[in-house]
Design a protein around this ligand. Sequence first.
Ligand code: 5GP
Length: 182
Amino acid sequence: MLKNAQVIDDRVVKVDSFLNHQIDIELFNEIGKEFHRRFKNNGVTKIFTIESSGIAIACVTAQNFNVPVVFAKKQEASNMDEAVYTSEVYSFTKDKTYNVRVSKQFLKCDDRVLIIDDFLANGNALNGLLEIIEKAGAQVAGVGIVIEKLFQGGRKVLNGRDIQLESLVIIKELDNGEIIFG
Ligand code: 5GP
């Protein structure tokens, strides 16, 4: 990972060669298997993510669980249902706030939802997804993150709730362009 990652302003890790632009499918298959190993006893009925980078990871993960993937949409679509759950998500990498939405027909109160995303930074995306699950009256079955940047504090949005969080890679710090793993 070190040699394929680029650090920007000691805030953002660019991993376009295997995660965010070109996709290393062998690695993704292993990620999917690993999330399954960690959450297989949690009664997962649905995998939930946010477009766009989370979708591919969610899909390979879902193959191991044999459940559908639902992703929160960032753009309003004219062909989308009127009945939606929404939440505001600020993206610090894009410096933009999205009103993300999910059709009510795809999240039900009897769902046990595993949230999957590529990065956990300040926790805004995670917070938005949690809010939507709560609005649907569904249960959170866990949170699986590929790379967590611990120093940005995103895990605080779980707020001491009894939710299993699994981050496959933990970055403790970015220091002058260097990645310090946790
Ligand atoms: P948060 O909402 O936790 O602040 O940020 C998480 C979201 O922002 C993720 O869905 C991810 O797409 C994007 N993100 C945050 N930090 C990084 C980063 O260092 N590199 C990349 N490639 N994306 C990031």
